[in-house]
Design a protein around this ligand. Structure first.
Ligand code: SF4
Length: 364
């Protein structure tokens, strides 16, 4: 009974209990098969960004599964590639880092050889030992929420860990690359400080940082988050015809009134980015640059697959975008910048290739 009550009242599960947090690794979709297995080692994140549902949904404390259970599940996954779906794999302090490193040591010692990627915060880039262990354990990519290059926006987002490290982004990204691990950079557009130029600037800055694959989404006030509650009180959200409007909270549609432009205009700015992604040759350039920076063939291949898939999605989206927006983006200063960023244009942005070549990690 208490188990059911916990579910209804939303009390957080004890994921260290036997069997908790384990995925049914043998299940496959009825119309195909998963190429990537999913596995979770922990839940929760203490950072508490205002727009993020994780802290509300999974809690501010990082709750860990037993290492023995993780290794057992790790060894039973039928796929050779794993998405470790933790909210924040490495965590934010010495205690979190020690646990993550112990898990990595155990994977190296007892785990079957797998390649994997996960999600973490930027601070992991400072921990050379943790990064080395992660690479040895098969990690080839980490998704990191950079969100923005604007200090004020980071303050509004309550993302102190990024604000404190903003001037060190490049140094921290280099730390991942030095270990052989690629960086998947996530950015959000739609803060009060964002303008029509922000998407183009973000694309350029992220390439200058050396980010291997980039994801830019609309700021979305997910229900239950502090951002949602604040904006509802301020009457800033207009997509409130629930339940129908829940379908619009998809990270590709602006459902509130931004400060510096209309919601439709913000969507158009991100459409320009998708259009450039779909119509510019850039995937191989990124692959080569990732190889140059990580000296890891498997990381470069991982990035190649990610970027190829992303370009394909942008191409599939193209006719839908054209129908939705009713125009094809013209060449202008903004779109030129985005295309140049995708092409890693040497003449305009020589620093895009200027990252110091890094020593080779263990072969793989
Ligand atoms: S660091 Fe990431 S997971 Fe943690 S609260 Fe912020 S956005 Fe969510």
């Amino acid at each position: 009974m208490s188990g059911l009550r916990d579910r209804y009242t939303g009390r957080l599960a004890d994921v260290s209990a036997p069997g908790m947090g384990r995925a049914a690794q043998h299940l496959q979709p009825i119309n195909g098969r998963y190429d990537v297995a999913s596995l979770q080692t922990s839940r929760g994140c203490p950072v508490g960004c205002e727009y993020c549902s994780v802290t509300k949904f999974n809690g501010a404390n990082i709750r860990r599964r037993s290492i023995d259970e993780i290794i057992e599940e790790w060894n039973s996954t039928p796929r050779r590639f794993i998405f470790v779906t933790d909210d924040n794999f490495f965590g934010v302090g010495p205690k979190h880092a020690e646990w993550a490193k112990e898990l990595l040591r155990q994977i190296i010692r007892r785990g079957r050889k797998r390649l994997w990627f996960s999600q973490t915060t930027i601070n992991m880039g400072d921990d050379a030992e943790g990064l080395k262990l992660a690479y040895q354990a098969g990690c080839r990519g980490m998704l990191i929420g950079f969100e923005t290059f604007n200090r004020e926006s980071l303050k509004d987002y309550h993302k102190g860990i990024n604000r404190n490290n903003l001037s060190r982004y490049k140094e921290l990204v280099d730390g991942f690359h030095r270990a052989g691990i690629s960086v998947f950079g996530a950015f959000i557009i739609g803060a009060d400080q964002d303008t029509e130029e922000t998407v183009a600037e973000t694309a350029v800055q992220s390439v200058k940082l050396g980010i291997d694959t980039i994801q830019i989404t609309n700021l979305t006030p997910l229900p239950g988050t502090r951002l949602y509650e604040r904006w509802m009180a301020e009457k800033k959200i207009f997509a409130t015809n629930y339940p129908e409007d829940w379908e619009r909270y998809t990270f590709v549609e602006t459902v509130y009134h931004p400060s510096n432009m209309s919601a439709a205009r913000l969507d158009e700015m991100i459409y320009e980015l998708r259009h450039a992604a779909a119509t510019t040759p850039w995937v191989w350039l990124r692959t080569l640059r990732t190889f140059r920076m990580t000296r890891s063939i498997t990381s470069a291949l991982f990035i190649h697959g990610m970027n190829k898939g992303w370009k394909r999605m942008a191409q599939l989206q193209l006719p839908k975008d054209e129908a939705r927006f009713g125009f094809t983006p013209r060449i202008n200063e903004r779109t030129r910048k985005i295309r140049d960023a995708f092409r890693l244009t040497l003449a305009k942005y020589p620093s895009m290739w200027a990252a110091e070549p890094v020593p080779a990690p263990a072969a793989g």
